[in-house]
Design a protein around this ligand. Structure first.
Ligand SMILES: Nc1ncnc2c1ncn2[C@@H]1O[C@H](COP(=O)(O)OP(=O)(O)OP(=O)(O)O)[C@@H](O)[C@H]1O
Ligand SMILES: [Mg+2]
Length: 361
């Protein structure tokens, strides 16, 4: 097994303890919850994270993302429930026995150590043989294309390079599971975009099981196999980006996924509030949802232009219909004056219906 771990990039020696019938890095939360005194950080939750998948924990600040990640890592202990890794109950296991590596938001690099020493620090702590340390270091630096930076100190690196060092430190552990807490949040927009693609490619190449935390829905949409959307310490919805975008389970999910967010308009009976625009709906619906990209500027619905925002490829037109405001995303450079009346339409099947509790109908 030790022999194997030297050759293969990502097979940790601890795999020997896993049952052969289980994918070794699948993660399962069964009723896992966390309270701090009276504060519920995570309500008892169920979650299945398949082997070699990219799962994103998404949600607004304070919703329990970091809490969930730390519970999986074993840095905090759950108040309730059971946590399985590769089918093995690790609820009470210490972090080192879980076969996970973690990348923290602030990188947590040692300023006085070189890139190389930062990367192998964990291996030194675990008394990994020197030859193997050198070997793994070389492989990881090559993988991330940063051999030329090995002797620099963190202060001599750009933000993106520091980010890569943090990633290298996680990968050098050769764990199959990599937990990442907002790893790109300190980078500028362009570098973020590049690193997203790089991370995703690396995950697929190495077959890593990645659990990735972000509050940025665009990041979640572009990287995830599975998105787990959290709010107030509860799982609101989980599914592929496509599923959540197409069938948001609640008004919250509808507004959180997609930029600009879905328009939510209140109803007076079966008309959009304050207008005579009829929608075909059940008596339970209190709101309808309509994505800005599904609205076209030709049709029968009278709307008044309230403003516009030029985005280059498209223009966002802010319109009022009755008492409600909606955003329409129109291609090209729409030239409309404030106060002008425009006619809108949307396909019938692009309308989402929500009840008074915000639940999808
Ligand atoms: N050590 C702690 N003691 C008490 N409450 C805590 C502790 N850690 C987290 N919490 C609370 O648990 C809730 C969830 O926190 P968590 O850090 O998981 O949020 P998050 O989703 O990661 O948010 P952010 O996007 O801001 O990082 C918050 O209300 C937070 O105040
Ligand atoms: Mg957090």
């Amino acid at each position: 097994m030790i022999e194997d771990s030297r050759r293969a990039v990502i097979i940790p020696p601890s795999n020997a303890v896993f049952s052969e019938n289980y994918p070794v890095s699948a993660i399962e939360l069964r009723g896992v919850g966390k309270q701090w005194g009276g504060v519920v950080a995570l309500s008892p939750s169920n979650m299945v994270i398949p082997e070699a998948s990219f799962t994103v924990l998404l949600g607004p600040s304070g919703c329990g993302k970091t809490t969930t990640l730390r519970l999986i890592a074993g840095l905090d202990s759950a108040t309730s429930g059971q946590l399985l890794v590769g089918g093995r109950d690790v609820t009470a296991a210490p972090p080192a026995a879980r076969g996970v590596a973690m990348v923290f938001q602030n990188y947590a690099l040692f300023p006085h150590l070189s890139v190389a020493d930062n990367v192998v620090f964990g291996l030194q702590v675990r008394r990994t043989p020197k030859v193997e340390q050198t070997d793994r270091l070389a492989r990881v630096l090559a993988l991330l294309g940063m051999e030329h930076l090995r002797d620099r100190k963190p202060s001599q690196l750009s933000g993106g390079q520091q980010q890569r060092v943090a990633l290298a430190r996680a990968l050098v552990a050769e764990a199959r599971i990599c937990l990442m807490d907002e790893p790109l949040s300190n980078l500028d927009a362009q570098l973020r975009q590049e690193m997203r693609q790089e991370l995703r490619a690396l995950q697929q190449k190495l077959g890593l099981t990645v659990v990735y935390v972000t509050h940025d829905q665009a990041e979640a949409m572009s990287m995830a196999d599975q998105v787990v959307l959290l709010n107030h310490g509860r799982i609101v919805q989980s599914g592929s980006p496509r599923e959540i975008y197409a069938r948001p389970a609640s008004a919250f999910a509808a507004r959180f996924i997609g930029t600009p967010p879905m328009n939510l308009m209140a109803l007076d009976g079966d008309t959009i509030a304050g207008s005579n625009v009829r929608v075909d709906t059940s008596p339970l619906a209190t709101h309808v949802g309509l994505r800005p990209e599904h609205i076209t500027l030709s049709g029968q619905v009278d709307a008044i232009v309230e403003g516009s925002e030029y985005l280059g490829a498209d223009t966002l037109l802010r319109c009022s219909v009755g008492r409600e405001i909606l955003l329409a995303r129109v291609t090209g450079q729409a030239e409309y004056a404030v106060g002008e009346t425009v006619q809108l339409s949307w396909p019938e099947d692009s309308v989402h219906y929500f009840d008074r509790d915000g639940k999808r109908l």
